[in-house]
Design a protein around this ligand. Sequence first.
Ligand SMILES: Cc1ncc(C[n+]2csc(CCOP(=O)(O)OP(=O)(O)O)c2C)c(N)n1
Length: 635
Amino acid sequence: MSSAEINIIHQSHIEGNKTIIDGISTPSDMKSLSDTDLQQLADELRAATINAVSKTGGHLGAGLGVVELTVALHAVFDTPDDKLIWDVGHQCYPHKILTGRKDRIETLRKGGGLSGFTKRAESEYDPFGAGHSSTSISAALGMSVASNLKGEKRNVIAVIGDGAMSAGMAFEAMNNAGAPNAKGEKNRLIVILNDNEMSIAPPVGAMSKYLTKIVSSQRYIGAREMGKKIVDALPSPIRHAAKRAEEGARVAIGGGSLFEEMGFYYIGPVDGHDLTQLLPILRNLRDSEDHGPVLIHVKTEKGKGYHPAENSPSRMHGVKTFDVKTGEQAKSTKTASPSYTSVFASQLIKEAEKDERIVAITAAMPDGTGLDKFAEKFPERSFDVGIAEQHAVTFAGGLAAEGLKPFCAIYSTFLQRAYDQLIHDCAVQNLPVRFMIDRAGLVGADGATHAGSFDTAYLACIPNMVLMAASDADELKKMTSFAAEYNDGPIALRYPRGESLELNLPASAITLGKGRVVKEGKDIAILSYGTRLNEALIAAEELNASVADMRFAKPLDEALIKKLAKNHKTLITIEEGSKGGFGSAVLEFLANNDLTAGLKIRTMTLPDHYQDHDSPEQQYKDAHLTTQDIIKHAS
Ligand SMILES: Cc1ncc(C[n+]2csc(CCOP(=O)(O)OP(=O)(O)O)c2C)c(N)n1
């Protein structure tokens, strides 16, 4: 669809011409539509999605790729009684439009508005919340088993991308789903593999190659036609003879055999933009009584139907607001300073130029972590392992065990997934893996599932770990450099999302476990760990307080804490992290060393609840981490 066509559809909507989408409040309104109407609905849904995201920003390409699939699934199945689970949830905007949220779609990712992912609290049509990838098959299997145990009959459908399919969890779930239960039966489950040959970046690894091979095999295309005829001709429910016939065709060409071997009934590849293929297959599955786990391999194109997104799927994966006609995204008005991500990446490149043992690892986020720049410079020393954080960390452990200096750059929220690998494979063996923890702290519009709240708390309790947090761009450079030098065990460095600050504080070298006093004052001392140093300094002007940039949460600068406790009446710790992190460590040290007598102590952390998506400014206010909040805590 060209931009002009999108505008025509959108314009006719604005001008009050009757469109089909106007009549759809929930999927039940789609049941009376003919297949031709459903095609028209898909075109309108695509235009509505593009127009909404052009105003809100957010995930674009993934949603456009599943417009027809979304229409087909809601037309055929009886949601919300049938359960539809979108993996990651970033492709669910068209689903939201069809499931009672059309009128609020332009509030996406804004404070008080719709979430950018699926969310149980938001709608009964979102039976399982997401944000992190590769959870859908496990959740769907759980729901399918629960239905069986409760004696209820329903369809449970997981839609998972080819990128998400590369993660260990997806395989664990398929391994479980493909095996018979205690009664010797397999659970009814439909997995739709949405293969658009893209993750955020081009997908990596053998799985991706395997899927490409299935789709591109000449022999298979012939068989696909045959498969389609058979599927079209299938009586409902699917009969064993027909099943065997189709299976024969599929086994002969080998397509999908990996899934077959895992106990799934493989159907595909199917053109995911062709309703004449999708609808009969889904209807047959819905009507068949006796199917176990089925995998439908659907081939789609990311950004489908919108040329700027088709041409640049990586750039249009997540977008700012944009001009529908040109696809041009909004530029920030002020002169932007470099992001913390790019400050880290540039420094790492400098370090790697000096030390050839430095290697870098990303789990499917080369752009997001800045390691795409590193890969341009050092392709052989750079590793994108796919959406596989657990593997990334243990792989880094292996590299470190052989004397290399791995920098494993993973967002705080995604590192949660590799917790055991971090302890068992790195820390217990004291292997010097460098964890570069991007997006540490609040993340604005991405909301609770993506907030980097917990890393300090979940890392500070691990023996052998060293934890640092950067308070500005200069500190991030120095700490990256320090991490490159430090070779005595695992070390983590946290830094936030967004544009970097330059606080222009006097130069001071980084020493293991040492903080620095950046302002001398009286009575009140603010101990800042990481990003809130600027707010602490502004508050300290008004309070005439001392400020320490503590730099390390582990090992703590005990001498400095002791000195500050002795010379002040009030100690305030502040960090952009959950309870149980830096502030707790300081409190524990003070209590265990009888340093609390006569001292007023306050710990400022993120709140003990999940913060929804909002502007960063509002999130800081809601978290009570602003300058004014520091002043209030002092009184
Ligand atoms: C555990 C985890 N790691 C990384 C991400 C970041 N992420 C969001 S979408 C995405 C790509 C998903 O690719 P795919 O499953 O193929 O879906 P597509 O966007 O192509 O539709 C990634 C890596 C995530 N959401 N969860």
